[in-house]
Structures are given as C-alpha cells and as structure tokens.
Design a protein around this ligand. Structure first.
Ligand SMILES: Nc1ncnc2c1ncn2[C@@H]1O[C@H](COP(=O)(O)OP(=O)(O)O)[C@@H](O)[C@H]1O
Ligand SMILES: [Mg+2]
Length: 398
C-alpha cells in the first residue's frame, strides 16, 4: 500500500509530504488487521520504504496566520475555523503535487496537522483538570480533494489513554533504528528538539522519548528579529559568531532542563516570550554572537539531556542519529558533534538509514495512519506515558 504522510511542525515553515510504500509483516503471528492484535511493537520484517518526498513552504501570509493562530490569548475563533479548512486545502494540494512529481497515487493519507495548542499535562480548568491538544487541518477536505481516506488528529487518543499525546514518532524510530548490538539515540531537531532512546536489543516498552528543549525555534526567532530572515541558512551566521558563555550559563539553569523526563515543550515554552527574554539577556552583544548562542543552546541542552537522563539508564548507546530541519544547519551539527563526542557518541544522519532528515516525521505519520487503518495501536506508552496502547486518529472517508 502507498501511504502519503503529511507533517507541518511547530516551526510553521511549511508542509512535508512523504510517500511511503508499506506492506504487512511477512512473519506476522497475530491476525493481521484484527483488533485482537494489540501490539505496539512494529514487526521488524515489515516492508517500509520511502518512495517520494517533497517540501512545500507556506506563503508568508499563511505562515503569519499559522503563527497568529498559535497565539492562544489573541486568536479569533472565526480565523481558526477558516485556517482549519484552508490548511486542509493546502495539505491536499501538497499531496496532489507530490503524487504528480513521483507519478504515484496514495491509497491512504496520514495527516498530523498543524498544532495550535498543546498542553500535555493536566491543569485546572473550570473546576476540573484537563490535558488538551489541538491539531488543525481538516481531514474531510483532504479526503474529498485527494479522493482517498484520511487519518488525522492522532494525539487525542493517546491522551484519552492517559498519555501526553507526544511524542508519537518513536513508533517509527523503534521500527527503523533499533539494533541488537548498538544503542541509538534518535534526535529530531524541528522547532523543538526531541529524542528517542533505543538501547541495544530494547523491547518496545523500554523505549524512552522526550523533548530536550528548543530546536530551531529560538534560532529562527532571533534571525527574524535581528536579520529579518526566517532562519540561519546552513548555520552561516552562528558560524561567524562566538557563544556568549555568561548568557548560556543563565539559560541552562532553567527548570525545564533539570526536570526528569517524560516532558514536552512547544511554542508555549520557547516561542515569542522566550525569544524576547533571551534577546534581553544578550543585551548589546554582536548579532552573530547572539545567533551563535541560540544555536549552542540547542546543542548543549541536547547533550545535557543525554548525559543526565539517557546514558545513566543503559550502557549500550553509541550513536546519535539526527533528523529534522536542524540537520541542515552545519554549525549546529558541528556544535552537537563536539558536545556528544566526549559522551562516546558518534553523530549520524537519518539520511544514512534511508530517510532524508526532512522526511522522517512525515513518513512517521504515514506509518501511523497505516496502523490505524489496520485497527492497530501505534502509540508507544513508555514514550507518551499512556496507560495502554491506543489506536490513534480519526478517519475521514472520501
Ligand atoms: N538549510 C538550512 N539551514 C539551516 N536551518 C535550516 C535549513 N533548512 C531548514 N532549517 C531549519 O529547520 C526548520 C524546520 O525544521 P522542521 O524539521 O521542518 O521543523 P518543524 O517540524 O518544527 O516544522 C527551519 O525553521 C529552519 O530553522
Ligand atoms: Mg517543518
């Protein structure tokens, strides 16, 4: 089956479409497609191959509308409703364009959607405590335009099962990167940076995953403010600056980095307000030093998280496999390699394992959709904190 996965992350940079060929595991023991086969462990003999990947940037006005939609205290309900349908159209167009480009037709679509608000922890609301999440991008529109069923809105089912609704990519990470002898830490650097730790020979319930802190989000915000550019292409600015160590020391003291996983972060933590406070701390320092410091913050907080929370649990970790848009930032990668080398980890790119860095998350939602279509759960409870495996998402028929 060919499945199209659609991802648009917290960077609000645009849409990734991955076309993936997936087929049932040949040595499957359970009754394929049956609800009785409640395993969250992807079978290793499953066929899974990326057959096409395309990126589509949001137009500037759309990006602004998406960012405005994430501004919880100011967004208008009418605009959010409009955005939901507009994104459905844009996602559908992206899938149709990717299909034309690769001369393929998907039989199923999995769409993550654009997160407008995520609060994975229970917090008081109207006398109750609720954990909530909201991904937008109307599945019914995508289904109607592309002409095939669409699975969307994956996170709520995990939260209903007591999980934080994130991260969901560990299901793919476990399938692709586990190894009998080498422990791997899979590090995605999107707007937020998150890792999946898979020790050598790990069972699915031993997989750990959490957000390490900012990925590109602070770098992007600083580039916008100082240079009116959406991001630091190839890490050029950061590469010409020097890290402001006094600022860094203050930043690293933040409670988030000390807090034990599981933990999640988003634009709520590292968005506009954080960027403003960060710029204030940097004062009148040279612009390129500020970008270098924002970049080093990502590299150091990843390394700190690994040293504090991953390496002490298990001795088999040897590789750090990097994906996400941050993998294109050469300065960030060099800083990260420097940080993790003393920890006995070598840096690899997800590309080396057959998935281009930018395609991985989109491919993951193709896989999750495929599992849901076969009525199988695809959350990893040890990663999200859910009490049980859950079948994720909602189906829109064409
Ligand atoms: N050539 C590049 N050089 C430096 N950074 C890049 C490059 N391409 C993408 N990025 C960074 O990656 C980000 C997008 O990463 P992505 O994985 O799509 O994140 P998200 O999942 O949050 O949308 C951009 O906002 C930018 O910061
Ligand atoms: Mg993106």
């Amino acid at each position: 089956m060919i499945v199209a996965g659609i991802m648009s992350g917290t960077s609000a940079d645009g849409i990734e479409v991955a076309l993936v060929r997936i087929s049932e595991p040949t040595t499957s023991t359970g009754r394929t497609g049956s609800v009785l086969r409640r395993t969250s462990a992807p079978n290793s003999s499953r066929q899974f191959r990326l057959v096409g990947h395309a990126s589509f940037s949001y137009r500037k006005t759309v990006r602004e509308a998406v960012l405005a939609g994430m501004n919880a205290s100011a967004a208008s309900v009418a605009d959010l409703a409009r955005l939901n349908f507009l994104l459905g159209e844009l996602y559908a167009e992206a899938v149709l364009a990717a299909q034309r480009k690769f001369r393929l037709r998907a039989e199923l679509v999995g769409c993550h959607g654009q997160t407008l608000f995520h609060q994975g922890e229970h917090q008081p609301f109207l006398g109750r405590k609720v954990a909530v999440t909201w991904q937008t991008g109307e599945g019914s529109i995508i289904a109607a335009r592309v002409g095939v069923p669409v699975i969307s809105d994956f996170r709520p089912a995990d939260m209903a099962a007591g999980g934080k609704g994130a991260p969901l990519v560990p299901f793919l990470d476990y399938m692709l990167y586990r190894d009998a002898r080498i422990g791997r830490i899979v590090q995605n650097i999107g707007g937020i940076a998150n890792l999946t730790a898979i020790s050598a020979g790990a069972k699915a319930h031993e997989v750990r995953a959490f957000d390490t802190g900012p990925g590109n989000m602070v770098i992007d915000a600083v580039m916008e403010r100082l240079y009116h550019k959406p991001f630091d292409r190839n890490g050029k600015m950061a590469g010409s600056g020097t890290v402001l160590e006094n600022v860094m020391a203050k930043l690293l003291r933040a409670p988030f980095f000390q807090r034990k996983p599981p933990k999640t972060a988003g634009r709520e933590e590292y968005g506009r307000e954080f960027a403003q406070a960060f710029l204030k701390l940097c004062g009148r320092a040279p612009k390129q030093d500020i970008v270098a410091t924002a970049t080093a913050l990502t590299a150091r907080t990843i390394a700190t998280a690994i040293r504090k929370f991953v390496l002490p649990t298990q001795k088999s970790f040897r590789e750090l496999v990097v994906s996400g848009g941050g993998a294109k930032n050469a300065t960030l990668l060099a800083m990260l390699a420097n940080e993790v080398q003393p920890l006995g980890l070598s840096l690899r790119l997800s590309d080396e394992f057959g998935l281009p860095a930018a395609a991985k998350e989109a491919a993951a939602f193709a896989l999750l959709a495929y599992e849901t279509w076969h009525r199988r759960p695809s959350n990893v409870p040890s990663a999200t904190g859910a009490r049980r495996p859950a079948i994720l998402g909602k189906i829109s028929y064409a």
